[in-house]
Design a protein around this ligand. Structure first.
Ligand SMILES: Cc1cc2nc3c(=O)[nH]c(=O)nc-3n(C[C@H](O)[C@H](O)[C@H](O)COP(=O)(O)OP(=O)(O)OC[C@H]3O[C@@H](n4cnc5c(N)ncnc54)[C@H](O)[C@@H]3O)c2cc1C
Length: 456
């Protein structure tokens, strides 16, 4: 049955970076589409705030450049600002070890180092799906797990290595072991291979924008015009008798042939329940790590540490109240007023959800006492702001295969439905951009734009 000429051919639910990447690509391909976003601003997790001379990132602070990022940025207007690179001192990273900040390799003892070097002779993987703690302990040793991998996972996933799936989270490590029989040998082979294939563009460092990451999402949103509806919430998705999708929203229904759904897993589960109750209910089981972000602005003289790096991470072993902190004003220029510094502190995560229920005063006390003890910060901060996200980061834990299988089954059973949330396979901004682009290309494969009546 032909579609009503006013109906969009595609509806994108959510205007985070995945939804925006998909929408800009659909615009380039000439589709009629509508992006429906519940919040009153585009960008989703990407959220920059300017406050009293500080530039606060409440979501991601940095983006690792990728080919997908190049493609997405090329979809903006040529006048939009270019990304900026992180400073060279941001290459230095610190880990807390016995209460002090050390560079990562200095956290290992001689025996820890020796154990690391014995990796090529370590036991092979068991047949079963393995958690990260087990893979790293087996191949690289306990110290490497405690002081390198555990804090790294806190920094990216706010996750727990006992529960995270090695295959889904540390994809390269699992691949090196599978292909080369050793993580060290596999890493070396891939690095050398890349160096020899000189033609391939290499992506180094980290990126942001002079006015923060929200300037990128605003630049992607602007050309969408009234094809992006902010402050409109999708409440359910079902199929009509003519096999088209019917999206109920808080301001009336919308019909469409194809949907790109970029919401968190629990929202996808709820929205898809009327369409497919049994499959949709599985999506509600994706765990999320809660996260508290505390922005601390302070006069530079109040901190003894030189802040000469990206920041520091706290291994669980160290029993600190915080997961780590970014030296935000050392990573990019103009993040704090002159002679001031901005620190971004993270707390909570999968291992400490109870911290979310603490009052602002208790959280502030914890943060200030940890910063005093770890980087010698004294006195009252010039700025202190707190954000609590109860469901911040999706966790790819043991059993994640079943979630991916469910997503595939939903897509094949309900032709025209494309799931593109960050709970599938990659949480970084670059991963989400790639997923958005791929979703739009899948739409193109399903049905070209010229078949639509009333197409823009
Ligand atoms: C605190 C934090 C720090 C991070 N740090 C980094 C980092 O430094 N580097 C990095 O690469 N990644 C980082 N990430 C991860 C990365 O930012 C996210 O994975 C990514 O931005 C998610 O984009 P998305 O488009 O998939 O989803 P989202 O950004 O979550 O967008 C989904 C959108 O859907 C909308 N929506 C939800 N329900 C509905 C509904 N019913 N109807 C309509 N709209 C709806 C939401 O309002 C939202 O705008 C961080 C994440 C967090 C939370």
């Amino acid at each position: 049955m032909p579609s009503d000429s006013t109906d969009p051919q595609v509806v994108v639910v959510g205007s985070g970076i995945a939804g925006l990447s998909a929408a800009c690509r659909l615009q380039q391909l000439g589709y009629s589409f509508l992006v429906i976003e519940a919040s009153h601003r585009p960008g989703g997790a990407i959220h920059t705030e300017q406050r009293r001379g500080y530039l606060l990132e409440w979501g991601p602070n940095t983006v690792r450049p990728t080919a997908a990022m190049d493609t997405v940025l090329a979809l903006r207007s040529p006048e939009d600002p270019d990304p900026i690179g992180s400073s060279s001192i941001a290459q230095k990273r610190y880990i807390v070890c016995k209460g002090r900040l050390r560079t990562p390799l200095r956290t290992l003892s001689c025996s820890g180092f020796q154990r690391l070097l014995q990796e090529p002779a370590a036991r092979r993987a068991p047949g079963l799906e393995e958690n990260i703690a087990s893979l790293v302990r087996r191949r690289l040793g306990q110290e490497c797990l405690d002081y390198l991998v555990d804090p790294f996972l806190s920094g990216i996933y706010a996750g727990d290595p006992q529960r995270l799936s090695a295959r889904h989270v540390l994809r390269p490590l699992a691949r090196y072991e599978k292909n080369s029989g050793s993580i060290l040998r596999g890493a070396l082979t891939e690095t050398l291979g890349r160096a020899l294939r000189k033609k391939q563009k290499s992506y180094n460092g980290l990126r942001s924008f002079p006015a923060g990451l929200s300037s990128m999402t605003q630049a992607l949103a602007a050309p969408l015009g009234n094809r992006l509806e902010l402050g409109r919430t999708v409440t359910s998705i079902q199929k009509k008798t003519d096999q088209r999708f019917l999206l109920d929203t808080d301001s009336g229904p919308v019909s469409t042939d194809q949907i790109i759904l970029t919401t968190p897993a629990h929202t996808a589960s709820h929205l898809l329940h009327p369409l497919d109750p049994s499959l949709a209910s599985h999506l509600d089981s994706v765990p999320y790590a809660p996260m508290i972000t505390v922005q601390v602005g302070v006069h530079r003289d109040q901190i003894a540490h030189p802040l000469d790096g990206f920041g520091f991470l706290c291994p669980s072993q160290e029993n600190r109240k915080i997961l780590g902190a970014l030296f935000t004003s050392s990573i990019f220029a103009d993040r704090a007023p002159r002679e001031h510094a901005l620190l971004t502190v993270f707390m909570g995560g999968r291992k400490h959800p109870e911290l979310l229920s603490l009052s602002d005063n208790r959280l502030t006390d914890h943060v200030l006492s940890e910063l005093d003890s770890l980087i010698g910060m004294r006195g009252s901060p010039d700025l202190l702001r707190i954000q609590r996200l109860p469901q911040a980061i999706p966790q790819y834990e043991l059993g994640h295969d079943r979630i991916l299988e469910t997503a595939q089954n939903l897509e094949s059973k309900h032709s025209g439905l494309i799931l593109a949330g960050n709970w599938l396979n990659g949480i970084s901004v670059g991963d989400c951009m790639e997923r958005g682009l791929r979703a739009a290309d899948q739409i193109l494969q399903n049905r070209p734009p010229e078949q639509v009546s009333g197409n823009a």
